[in-house]
Design a protein around this ligand. Sequence first.
Ligand SMILES: [Zn+2]
Length: 147
Amino acid sequence: MALISVDEANEYLTECILCNQRLSDPIYAMSAFEEPWGYSDAAMHWDCFASWELRQEFANLYFQEQVDWFNGNSYWKILKRTEDICVAYGKAAKQVEVILRQSGSSFRVSKEKWDKWLENEWMANPNHEIERAALKQSLSLLKTVKI
Ligand SMILES: [Zn+2]
């Protein structure tokens, strides 16, 4: 994950890679992955990410990177994969990972909370309207995934 520093009051010291202002929540942070622009492994304001001209291209690559990672990991199994989402299940951790192509961001939910999460708890998770809309759009599909 991106290295993000905070001070003793828990305020961010790290700057947003897009606007160079200090970070403030909500932030978009990702792991290092191969992309041509040099932004991976950095952090940005969610609003900066949302209005970034490279957002969709970047999100596509990050989405694919994560799908490939889960595909190649024997502790995880991909349960559903469409153009818009990927749902992976970690057998050992008993965790479900939902990755969104729209944003490249993801949510992790414990198996025992999955049904409640789908019912309405998911609404508390999105950091931005982009995530909210993407999740909402995939909700009926997500409900067909058997964990
Ligand atoms: Zn910013």
